[in-house]
Every structure is written in C-alpha cells, then in structure tokens.
Design a protein around this ligand. Sequence first.
Ligand code: PHE
Length: 361
Amino acid sequence: MVYGLSTMVYGLSPYLCAMEQLLAQIDQYKKEIKESIANTKEEVEEFRIKYLGSKGLVKTIMGEMKNVAVAQKKEAGQLLNDFKIFVEERFDELKGGSQPNATTKAAAIDLSLPGTSEAMGTRHPISIVQNKIISIFSRLGFAVAEGPEIEDDWHNFSALNLPENHPARDMQDTFYISTNPDWLLRTHTSSVQIREMQKGRLPLRIICPGRVYRNETISARAHCFFNQVEGLYIAENVSFADLKQTLYFFVQEMFGTAVKVRFRPSYFPFTEPSAEMDISCLICGGTGCNVCKKTGWVEILGCGMVHPKVLENCGIDSNKYTGFAFGMGIERITMLSYQVKDLRLFSENDTRFLNQFVSVT
Ligand code: PHE
C-alpha cells in the first residue's frame, strides 16, 4: 500500500487551465509524493503505476496541457516537465531505499563539478639528468651498454690494471659478497666497458650508465650507492684531442655555452695520461662561492687515454687501437644543475622533493 496517495489523482478538473490552478495542484501533489512511503517492492511498483504508469498521474496531468491558454503553454510545459522529473526522482529514491539514483536525468553527473584528478608521478631528477646525458652522447654516436651490478674482481679491478694488492684499490672502498670474496658490488661502471671490449667488436663507442656502490659514510656529499655514466671510444688513431672535443661538446650541451672547462692532470690506473675535468662554477659563475670552495671551479669527471695494458687484457691490439674513457657521477651533475645541496635527498623518496622536478627530455 502506498501511503499518501492523493484521491484527487483522477479528479482533475477539465477546466483546469489557469496557471495558478495548475501550480497549486502540482504543489499539492508534490507534498503528497514527498511524504509517500513504499517499504516493499510491491509498494514501489504500486507507486510507479499510480504516478508514472500509462494511466498514472503524470500522464493525466500532462494531458491538461491542451486546456492551457496558448500564451502560457511554454511556461506550463516547463512546469509539467519539472514535475515529471520530481516524480521520477522520488520513485528512484523509493526504489533504491532512499538512495538517489545517479542514472536519472535529474541526478545525472554534475558537469560543473571539478574533476578528481589522479596524482601524476614525476621523473626522478637522477633519471632526468641521466636521460639528458645519454641523449647528448647518443648524438655523437655513443650506444648505451649495461652490465651486472654484482661483479667479479677481474672485471671491476684486475682487467682495469688494478692487480691484487694494488694500492689504488683503496681509492674505492669496496663491498665484497661475504660468501665469495671474488664477488663484489661494482665500484664503477668501467666493468661494463671491460665486458664490451672483450666482445671484440671494434671500433667501440659506448656509454655505460648505472648504479655503483662504495663503502663510504653517508653524508650530504657522499653515499654508499650512486649513479655513474662512463664512456669509452676505441678505434684507430683516437687521440686526447678527440677526448677533449667530445667532453667540450658534452659540457656545452649539458650546461650551456657560457660554461668554461679546464683539464687537470690526474691518476687512474686504467688510463694514461689521466685527467680530471672541471667546469666553471654554475652557482657563482667563477667568482668564488661555497659550492666551489672559493676556487671558481668544480670537478665533474675523470678521464684519460685507455691504458695499453687494459686493451691487451681484453684482447685488443694496443699497437693498432687507441681509445679514451671518461666517467662521471650523475648525482654530482644533478646537484650542480638543480642546486641541490644534499645528495641524500635523491634516495629518500620524499615526494615533496621529487615533485619539484620537471622533465626536460
Ligand atoms: N672509473 C672512474 C671512477 O669511477 C672514472 C673514470 C673512468 C676515470 C674512465 C677515468 C676514465 O672514479
């Protein structure tokens, strides 16, 4: 049984033509419909038939349109339409246990509401810079090579002219695998270069991006793991001039043409001669600040001509071939590019930090 049904449903006056009368009538019906209750499926169906059925109130009252004066037809049509929607909504409420049904016309999606957007991830700053470095060198014909992070002693040290007990091994504090002291976490991606040289496909022009590990105390400037990009070019007649020109190009593409470059003699067991490359400080422009320790210069990479012994270790004829190699830390380049003062931020996964970086590639 549907409560609150008007007994006047079928008692509309045929002379109901005045808008006022129609309005009053609709108000009355609305009140009744609002108060009507349907607890069971049958009662809901009863409501539907009485109000929305083919002989129901809505149809009947719609029929009154013909009695409305022409001048008021538009207004009356709107009124009746709204009434129909009102009844349909109430029906849906009763049907769904007073839950308004979102599929009805009136309760349809409100297009004016702002959408709920998914939080977009951002690229990690280290990835942004790594991708940029890769894209610069790939324009010079360098291909990307990758290798394992768990290495054997030979690929990480011995082949690179660092035999056992060589003092230069102390330059890189190493994590050894406790179950097999021949295994270690690579300390640089030079090990990938050894693997590529062993393949014997020459000329060789590769860059090796990847994570490396060193047993260092974690601080604002050092971490026990970080990322490198190392590069290697081996062919006939490769000279130090080629190395310099390649790195000049890299610096200009990476930091802009205003940045100055200088090479300082250095030592690496796997290159001879060896050098370190500095760029003019990006923060102070070379006048001296805390970042460059008042020198105006910051070191960004190590480089040199591949030591003939390293070539021979990989089965390459050092009389015929020469090559250059270089290696840089991506964290350092990223810190300089974005003026990040603490490299621990790169591995803390704090989205407040990470969301600030907009991909440039
Ligand atoms: N392997 C060196 C390091 O990790 C970098 C380097 C690579 C230096 C190639 C010279 C030539 O510090």
